[in-house]
Design a protein around this ligand. Structure first.
Ligand SMILES: Cc1cc2nc3c(=O)[nH]c(=O)nc-3n(C[C@H](O)[C@H](O)[C@H](O)COP(=O)(O)OP(=O)(O)OC[C@H]3O[C@@H](n4cnc5c(N)ncnc54)[C@H](O)[C@@H]3O)c2cc1C
Length: 448
């Protein structure tokens, strides 16, 4: 069967959905079709919370109503081949999809390291598939001891969440000396570690899993130092790689990075084929080197650029390059990071100054619901430009990091932040006299 459409999108994750909605906004007369090979998708960022916080795992399903309301078609089908010369995609079910413009929103695949025994039962990589995840949730709820592998934000969120399951012992293994070490400096990482310890999570840093032990099912692990630990399940939270095989088979370039090469407008080497989200290559905001940031927020920003610029270049891209920006939540503690950390900036060779400040996020701080807040800002020493920031605190920290992210993308200077005009209210914010973002900028300015 042959199906013709104007815009074909492969992938029904955040990048695919936002590409479709944006394309419909800019080109309302075009027919848009999303192909997705997972029948029941889920909201990826909500996956950890399917284990306990959400009453029903189905509450985390990827809603498709916004697509139906906009007359965007979906097809549950698996793309297996792209013929670019005939602008046709072939699917596993034997269908042919003909397009004018093609958007690849193929996402990423969880990393499964080549550890002996990793294929044993009860070892779970994270697939963004509702049916698979519902089975995983059921099994983890019946487990006695789980090892979460990987101390990045995904592993930390899983450890925090499953530690709330009664009777379950949780271990979190990380090869580096601290959790969240790729996006936070040590003084912020230790806050997350303290929170997890207070939930009886055993944190094993500088720890490498050498082998999964047991018969058909996992029964234990052996670490690099020879020590063994009894477990009956493991969750792999060690990252993902761009899903690019369909693109490379179609002759699309990967550039020097791991994702599909795209220009500033998300166009691949074929002007009628775009790539967005985790499958697309990214260049670092500060150095233009290839970078492997994979976040839903980045994916949707790219999807908005691609969707708008499919037929003409309508929206000029303002922010060139990708910053890593995300927030996470550990047992009541919010941590946010944007751009470079002090460690990563120094490693890259930047000469920097860090400014620090703390305070309360309401004023006076004795108001009900107030949380203490800690801000660290990283500036270029000579140019005074903001290059990174980290925040910890209560719920307000989740949006403060977005202000910092905006300031980084606009290349705001230390003086601009020191003289920032902001809205303050006793119940809503820190005091204007003690606003932590301003105080952190002042601290850096004093050191310059
Ligand atoms: C547990 C977890 C928590 C996360 N939390 C956060 C967070 O809090 N904040 C944040 O910003 N990011 C978070 N992320 C990262 C975020 O999920 C990804 O960056 C985001 O999903 C990328 O969106 P995407 O649309 O590019 O890819 P995906 O979400 O991977 O979607 C790609 C889709 O394409 C489909 N597909 C692939 N190949 C084909 C094919 N051949 N034919 C048809 N369909 C195909 C896939 O099945 C998939 O449904 C988290 C990730 C995980 C795993």
């Amino acid at each position: 069967m042959i199906k013709k459409t104007d815009v074909l999108i492969i992938g029904g994750g955040p990048a695919g959905i936002v590409s479709a909605i944006t394309a419909k906004r800019y080109y309302p007369d075009k027919n848009i079709l999303i192909m997705k090979n997972v029948a029941n998708g889920c909201i990826p960022c909500g996956i950890p919370y399917m284990f306990k916080s959400l009453k029903n795992p189905d509450d985390n399903k990827m809603g498709l109503d916004s697509l139906r309301n906009k007359n965007i078609e979906t097809a549950a089908d698996d793309a297996v081949k792209i013929d670019r010369s005939n602008k046709t995609v072939f699917s596993k079910s034997g269908r042919e999809y003909q397009y004018e413009k093609l958007i690849l929103a193929l996402g990423s695949l969880p990393i499964k390291p080549s550890i002996h025994g990793i294929e044993k039962e009860n070892i779970y990589p994270i697939h963004k598939d509702m049916d698979y995840l519902k089975t995983t949730v059921d099994r983890i709820k019946k487990a006695k001891s789980v090892l979460v592998l990987g101390g990045g934000f995904i592993g930390v969120e899983f450890a925090d969440e499953i530690s709330k399951i009664a009777g379950l012992k949780v271990y979190l293994a990380e090869i580096l000396p601290h959790l969240l070490a790729n996006s936070f400096d040590k003084e912020f990482s230790v806050l997350a570690e303290e929170k997890l310890k207070s939930e009886d999570v055993t944190i094993l840093t500088v720890t490498q899993v050498a082998e999964f032990l047991g018969g058909k099912k996992v029964e234990g692990v052996r670490f690099g130092d020879g020590k063994e630990l009894e477990i009956d399940s493991a969750i792999l939270g060690i990252g993902a790689v761009p899903n690019t095989s369909l693109a490379t088979k179609a002759g699309l370039d990967l550039g020097r990075g791991k994702g599909i090469w795209v220009d500033e407008y998300m166009r691949t080497v074929d002007p009628d084929v775009f790539a967005v989200g985790d499958c697309a290559g990214k260049r670092d905001f500060y150095t233009r080197k290839d970078t492997s940031v994979m976040l839903a927020s980045t994916a949707t920003a790219e999807a908005r650029i691609a969707g708008a610029n499919l037929y003409q270049l309508k929206v000029v891209r303002e922010n060139k390059g990708t910053i890593a920006i995300y927030s996470t939540y550990v047992n009541g503690l919010v941590l946010g990071s944007a751009g470079l950390t002090e460690t990563s900036a120094k490693k890259e060779g930047f000469e920097i100054i860090a400014g620090n400040a703390g305070g309360m996020d309401k004023h006076p701080g004795s108001l009900p619901g107030a949380s203490s807040i800690k801000v660290k800002l990283i500036f270029s020493r000579q140019s005074g430009i903001l290059m990174g920031g980290q925040v910890s605190g209560g719920m307000s920290a989740g949006e403060i990091i977005n202000i910092i992210g905006m300031a980084i993308q606009q290349r705001v200077s230390v003086t601009e932040l020191e003289t920032l005009q902001m809205a303050t209210h006793p119940y809503l914010t820190s005091a204007p006299t003690m606003y932590p973002v301003v105080l952190a900028a002042q601290d850096a300015s004093d050191k310059m």
